[in-house]
Write a protein that binds this ligand. Sequence first.
Ligand SMILES: Cc1cc2nc3c(=O)[nH]c(=O)nc-3n(C[C@H](O)[C@H](O)[C@H](O)COP(=O)(O)OP(=O)(O)OC[C@H]3O[C@@H](n4cnc5c(N)ncnc54)[C@H](O)[C@@H]3O)c2cc1C
Length: 413
Amino acid sequence: MKVHIIGGGIIGWSTAWYLNQAGYEVSIIEKEANFGGCSHGNSGIIVPSHFIPLAAPGVISKGIKWMFDAKSPFYIKPRLNLELMQWLWQFYRSCSAKKVQEAMPVLLEFNQLSKSLYEALSQEPGFDFELEKKGLMMLFKTKKAKEEEESIVAAAAQLGLDAQMLTEAEVRQHHPGLEVDVLGGSFFPSDAHVNPNRVMKQIRALGQEKGITCLSNTTVTGFKTEKGQVSALTTADGQLIPTEQVVLAAGGWTARLARQLGIRLLLQGGKGYSITVPRQDKKPAMPVIFTEAKVALTPLKDQLRIAGTMEIGGLKHEIHLKRMEGILESVPRYFPEIQYDMPAKEQIWHGFRPCTPDGLPFIGKHPKYQNLILATGHAMMGMSTGPATGLLVSEMMQEKKTSMGVEMFSPLR
Ligand SMILES: Cc1cc2nc3c(=O)[nH]c(=O)nc-3n(C[C@H](O)[C@H](O)[C@H](O)COP(=O)(O)OP(=O)(O)OC[C@H]3O[C@@H](n4cnc5c(N)ncnc54)[C@H](O)[C@@H]3O)c2cc1C
């Protein structure tokens, strides 16, 4: 059976990978010539530790404070837009302890399933995406952030995930030869990291060797529908592509496409930035996230990636230099010996995290069309949970029992 996947990011390619394994004839359609989406310059951290959704108690008050600081890690551009208003309302409603408690075990299971799939993929001939299992360290400078980390570590313990609080001295022991200026840290030994650019390059190359076809530089603009089925895709260059099964995995752009099908998805693009510098002597021994600054440093094999910021301001490609300045200025506050000058604008990567208001992805069929599956909304965890999403979509298409419960990911929730 012929499947078309719209979007060539980690979600689209992982889905293509598992559908190809299940025997489907798979084509990816991608609007960019050089695969520009969010799945390339991200931090590459595989995060069982991120079992708390973005929408959680306390986030709104922090967010309001950050709104007035041009260098802060979080910004919502105020605008009169009905979808944004609805998204914010749902976000507000999702910031409840009950919703977070329900989501936590599901997100942990999702992340752990995906990590095990990355481990399996890394064993396949042709894959070498620098999977390293060194854990993730969250660093904090304030008592308030310490208390927050303590509650996350306690929640992790309840869920059976290994997590430890570290004193300043213990943090130093983990990063020999590096000056560290923190109050302490928390450590999640079962997190891992990959080089996202390598994951994407290799899954494309190996996928195509296995028979997945790919139409890049082709933008899907609409659909033809018949009797509750999507029967064809239309493209910006005038093609009409007949189809039997469709997966919508267009990241931050998915809501726009879904609208063409009369489906309303509350989704906002959360823009983030990164720079990648040649790796130097002074570097953390494993990925770290500064909890107050919300900045991540990932030591890749020959490079160091520094990433951060979440700007909810529409899918606009402009780079706000002040935010990148904020990211870079935070680094020496935690690691006084690591300092970088502002790079030229062209060296700053940006991507749009597809963010749902409740912090859970949309993965599932939609009752309006029998041959449509939605797979998006992975926000800060899409690189981690791409393989699990791909496997779940393939199981849904085959109408098999899924590897984990997916009710909470329903696009109809
Ligand atoms: C700064 C930053 C750091 C991050 N760090 C991490 C991390 O450490 N760990 C983690 O797990 N996640 C991380 N993420 C999140 C992760 O990058 C995203 O969740 C993930 O890449 C989303 O993948 P996707 O396939 O849904 O979207 P994308 O990668 O954006 O792919 C969607 C694709 O669809 C294409 N498309 C859109 N519309 C159309 C159309 N009409 N026709 C054809 N093609 C179309 C786009 O061009 C794009 O290539 C980070 C994100 C950012 C911004």
